[in-house]
Design a protein around this ligand. Structure first.
Ligand SMILES: [Zn+2]
Ligand SMILES: [Zn+2]
Length: 67
């Protein structure tokens, strides 16, 4: 069960349901608007500007694995 629930993509950071953003306080992102174009971690200023916020967490894992 994903927070996105549709298979869309954030047009600001490019995250998807398989590659969401993470914040220690707010958890994983979801879609913030009805058009499903912006995720909560980009739309909510408090989260977007939090240095703890990591966009597209799987990108980091891929780099670490270096497949
Ligand atoms: Zn985003
Ligand atoms: Zn996101």
């Amino acid at each position: 069960m994903s927070l996105f629930g549709f298979g869309g993509k954030c047009e600001i950071c490019g995250c998807t349901e398989d590659n969401p953003c993470w914040n220690p306080e707010h958890g994983f992102c979801g879609l913030a608007d009805d058009e499903h174009t912006v995720c909560t971690h980009c739309a909510i200023k408090e989260i977007a500007e939090d240095p703890e916020t990591i966009h597209r967490v799987n990108d980091l894992r891929k780099e670490a694995d270096n497949e």
